[in-house]
Design a protein around this ligand. Sequence first.
Ligand code: CDP
Ligand code: CDP
Length: 240
Amino acid sequence: MPRLTIAIDGPAGSGKSSVARRVAAMLGYLYLDSGAMYRALALKALRHQVALEGESRLEALAKETHIELKPPRPEQEAAGAKNCVFLDGTDVTEEIRTPEVAQAASRLATTAGVRRVLVTEQQRAGAGGGVVMEGRDIGTVVFPGAELKIFLDASPEERAERRWKEHQEKGEKMTLAEVFDEVIERDRRDRERKVSPLVRAADAVLVDNTAMGIEETARLIVMLAQDREKELAKTARREA
Ligand code: CDP
Ligand code: CDP
């Protein structure tokens, strides 16, 4: 069977990481979380007090930074990590999951030069297929030729509640209303930015998983992927 490139895009808390990770495991594909790269770079900018707006300094920072995504170790997976993230050789898997880093990521993600650098990295990491990559612009910019594109969505209330529960489990003291505001502000910035805004690709399948669990959503996407694999295999046989 041919090995597909699967792009999953959607707003914060829609279930992209959990679902994409499960889909990749079911298909034996590589899972890549592009948002983790924006978050890692944002963590570095915060630590070095680099302004989160301003083209040239941020682009230079992106160019001199090495970000690597790896499958998590079993104990990290048990703690909820889907990708292990290394920033200049140091594991920052947990540090990048704070609301502060999320906001900083969405601010620096509006910079065209930063996106150019990270998109090139993402294209390199996913080259060759057999990959599930998730983010905001995977089906529109990173892999516009992906054989399967999913736009994953859920109601804003459901997405905020999911994120809030994660924070609760980590012992962070944010109210549901505060998490809701963080998620909505980031969505608005991601949808309204000039470069590579969050938008459903014309050929993406819309999956609303407000009332669906991770497993059910992953199974649906795997079924769509298997249909695509068969279609492509048939076309290849016809052309041979
Ligand atoms: O990556 P994204 O921000 O889109 O979402 P996520 O990190 O995969 O999911 C946010 C939270 O919602 C996680 O704690 C998931 O376990 C949970 N979730 C859920 O309860 N039901 C779903 N259908 C999808 C995710
Ligand atoms: O997990 P969650 O959906 O909350 O966010 P994320 O996927 O980790 O992404 C963090 C931020 O990075 C997003 O709010 C976007 O601003 C940015 N991002 C992006 O611009 N393009 C991507 N392909 C992935 C993330």
